[in-house]
Every structure is written in C-alpha cells, then in structure tokens.
Ligand binder design. Structure first.
Ligand code: HEM
Length: 176
C-alpha cells in the first residue's frame, strides 16, 4: 500500500515549520543576548513587547510543529555512521524541543510575575532589578543551553552534508 511507504523527506508543512522555528529561535536568541544588553531604557518596553509577541508566535509554531511531527510520516532515522552518534542525534532533537518550550515557559512566567501585560498597557513600570525574579536567570541559562544544542545540531548537519555526503539537508527541504 502506497501510504505505508517511508518518505525520503519530511512533509512540506513540517519543513516550513522547522525553518520558521529555526529563524525565529535564532532571531530571539540574538535579540536577547546581543540587543537587549545595549538597549537604552527609553526603548526597553517597546523591545520587551516585541520579544513577547515573537515568543508567542514561536509558541504557536512549536505546537504546530509538534502536531505535524506526529501526524505526518517521517523519513527513516538518519545514519551518522556510529550507534552513539545516532543516539546523540535523537537526544539533541528531543532536547531542542524541550529547550524551546522551556525557554518560552520561563519567559512567559517572568512576564506574568512582574506584570508585563499591564505595563505594556501603561499601568505600572518595569521593576528596577528584574534579577530578583529567578525566572530571568532560568530564561538566560536556558538560552545558553539552546545555543549549545543548536551548535551541535548545525555541526551535525554540516558533518552529514560535507563529510558523509548523504545530503541530509534534502530531508528537511522540498522535493518529490
Ligand atoms: C541552524 C540551522 C539548522 C539546520 C542547518 C538544521 C538542519 C536540520 C536537518 C537537515 C534536519 C533533518 C535531520 C534528519 O533528517 O534526521 C533537522 C531536523 C530537526 N531540527 Fe534542525 N536545523 C537547524 C536549526 C534548527 C533549530 C534552531 C531547531 C530548534 C530550535 C531545530 C530543530 C530540529 C529538530 C527537533 C529536528 C528533528 C526533526 C523534527 O522533529 O522536526 N533545527 N534540522
């Protein structure tokens, strides 16, 4: 039966969601680590509002992606050439999902703790020292873990593409 055949690549909707998640995640990490520390106080609220909106958009993408991951057929597991590397690949994929959900949870919980929604509506001001909230340290620490995971993931994609030459990237792209 044709619908039992294992596909060569991920479903196009899952591919779109993978790359949108990748772009938004890397954008948010870059803003959080490089732009926020240099943002003048006068623009802090505007930046936090944009960061929150982008974070919620990422949440929607991640939920959609989780659904498409289980609804559509996936290609057979990639072979990195060693059982330990294959296991590492699975663990990193799993931790990428956990990491993105965890950083969003910490960020959302932080914004609820100091009332960002009301501050955006003009009620109250941003607390002087946000570090009194443990959610901020959690949000920051998870961001470093995520960067490490993305670096390993990116490195693995390069390893497959240029050393094993198995064209792994085509599995996360469009085509017949
Ligand atoms: C930096 C650029 C990126 C490249 C070049 C890349 C490349 C790829 C490729 C080629 C695959 C298919 C692997 C396979 O078939 O086994 C894949 C899968 C995957 N990627 Fe990425 N990726 C990138 C960024 C990201 C980011 C930022 C995340 C998460 C925040 C992510 C999460 C995942 C996950 C969880 C999978 C497993 C399949 C799935 O469940 O969607 N990737 N990636």
């Amino acid at each position: 039966m044709s619908n039992q055949i294992t596909p060569d690549r991920y479903h196009p909707i899952h591919v779109v969601l993978h790359w949108l998640v990748a772009i938004v995640t890397i954008f948010l990490l870059a803003v959080g680590l490089l732009v926020f520390p240099n943002t003048p106080n006068s623009q802090e609220l505007q930046m936090l509002g944009m960061h929150k909106t982008a974070g919620m958009f990422l949440g929607l993408l991640m939920v959609g992606r989780l659904i498409t991951r289980f609804v559509f057929k996936r290609p057979a597991p990639a072979d990195a050439g060693h059982p330990l590397l294959n296991l590492a690949g699975k663990v990193v994929h799993f931790l990428l999902y956990i990491g993105v959900f965890a950083i969003m949870f910490a960020g959302g919980s932080l914004s609820l703790a100091y009332g960002l929604d009301n501050i955006l509506k003009g009620i109250g001001t941003i607390p002087e020292d946000l570090f009194i909230y443990p959610q901020l340290s959690a949000h920051g620490n998870i961001s470093y873990i995520l960067i490490g995971l993305i670096a390993m993931h990116f490195g693995a994609a390069l390893y497959h593409q240029f050393i094993r030459r198995d064209n792994l990237l085509s599995r996360m792209w469009f085509g017949k």
